[in-house]
Design a protein. Structure first.
Length: 243
């Protein structure tokens, strides 16, 4: 897995998103939703949910938004029935894209996602058309900009907890796990005192696409459009963003 940093791409996207309050709230809503979906809607018994709520509140996310995300995850939102859908396709320049959706109106969302791809030079494909190009893995990023975390110590901690691989970057560490080992590794590292910058089960590209400058611009607009859709929970792609 060495040779490419998922974290660097995440940080670049997140830095751009931070300029827009709505994007920050969407990010936190996803984190709250995922935590509640996996461990239940009670923060007193779900440490991951409690942490996600604390981070959301630190960015001034309204309580109503947090409650809505929890209710979506637990199926208690005003009697609404939400459906999880995954769309796959190609963006400009052949960039592989997977979009995870949570919606109470399949037809509306399908039309919106299809329009977004078409408007920005992409096209939707059938299920399985690009997912074979990704591996589902647990991913944890830990910052080490001040150099205080010893590489041998964190490697030993991560491997003993069940991690598959740890990659050392200039400003931190990236830890990869099997999906079924993710919770154990994440919880162990938290208890050991490490501050996790990113922790999720995600889709890691097997290879990355480097489109032309024009296609790169179109691809970024496609990502922005998808992120603006409140039904979008996750976007995975194999875009190699410029340094």
């Amino acid at each position: 897995m060495a040779g490419h940093s998922k974290w660097k791409n995440i940080q670049k996207r997140k830095n751009a998103q931070d300029a827009k309050k709505g994007k920050v709230f969407m990010y936190h809503a996803k984190e709250v939703y995922n935590a509640a979906k996996q461990g239940g809607g009670d923060p007193d018994t779900n440490a991951s949910l409690r942490l996600a709520i604390d981070k959301a509140k630190a960015d001034n996310m309204p309580n109503d938004n947090i409650d809505r995300a929890i209710k979506k995850a637990t199926g208690t939102l005003d009697g609404a029935s939400f459906e999880e859908i995954t769309y796959e396709g190609y963006g400009p320049g052949g960039v592989a894209v997977i979009v995870n959706i949570l919606t109470d109106n399949r037809n509306r969302t399908a039309a919106e996602i299809r329009h977004a791809f078409k408007k920005h030079g992409g096209n939707l494909g059938e299920n399985g058309s690009v997912s074979f190009m990704f591996d589902r893995k647990g991913y944890i990023a830990i910052a080490n900009e001040d150099g205080k975390i010893d590489e041998d110590d964190i490697t030993l901690e991560a491997i003993e907890a069940g991690a598959d691989d740890i990659v050392t970057e200039d400003d931190g560490y990236e830890i990869y796990t099997a999906p079924e080992s993710f919770n154990d590794v994440r919880d162990h590292l938290r208890v050991s005192g490490y501050d996790l910058e990113q922790a999720e089960v995600t889709m890691i590209p097997q290879t990355y696409s480097s489109p032309s400058e024009d296609d790169m611009e179109k691809m970024m607009k496609l990502i922005d459009t998808l992120e603006d859709n409140e039904d979008v929970q996750d976007i995975h792609h194999n875009l190699e963003e410029a340094e």
